[in-house]
Structure formats: C-alpha cells, structure tokens
Design a protein around this ligand. Structure first.
Ligand SMILES: [Ca+2]
Ligand SMILES: [Ca+2]
Length: 84
C-alpha cells in the first residue's frame, strides 16, 4: 500500500482507521466483497482483519459471519483515516 485515504504512506507508517465490523477490505461498506474475503479464509487460524477475523479471536468462523451479516450494507459515518 502506498496510499491510505489521501495520504502517501511508507513501510514505517502507522495506519489508523475507523471501520464497521465486517468491512474486511476497508472500503467503507460491508458488502458481498467482504463476504468473499470471509468465505475464502473460513477456518483459517491466526488470520488478520483483512482475512475475515472480524471479532479478533484468532479464527475465521461462523461468529465472524454473524458480525458481517449484522452489519451488511452499513457504512462508517465520517470515515477517518490517520497516518502517523
Ligand atoms: Ca468492504
Ligand atoms: Ca474470528
């Protein structure tokens, strides 16, 4: 990643954003693309948010699907991206 929001970043940048639970690709909406991320990694252990571990418990499973489905179609109001 070389751009985060409107900012140029490097390997030394710390990226902080606010996201709706289930927004695996951080495009500010929970939708089918996020479901595909979850389904492609279903059962994975030690995954990251970007791989569908939306509750941070170290596995991609039905609990993450429930989180995604509860927020399906939601967007984060006033999305905020910070680069430190
Ligand atoms: Ca998304
Ligand atoms: Ca999980």
């Amino acid at each position: 990643m070389t751009v985060f929001g409107n900012a140029t970043v490097s390997t030394n940048s710390l990226l902080v954003t606010r996201a709706v639970i289930g927004d695996g690709n951080l495009d500010n909406v929970v939708n089918f693309a996020d479901f595909v991320i979850l389904s492609n990694n279903y059962g994975a252990t030690n995954p990251r948010w970007s791989q569908g571990d939306y509750n941070g418990d170290g596995v991609v499973n039905f609990a993450d699907f429930v989180q995604l489905s509860n927020n399906y179609g939601q967007t984060a109001a006033n999305q905020l991206n910070l680069v430190v």
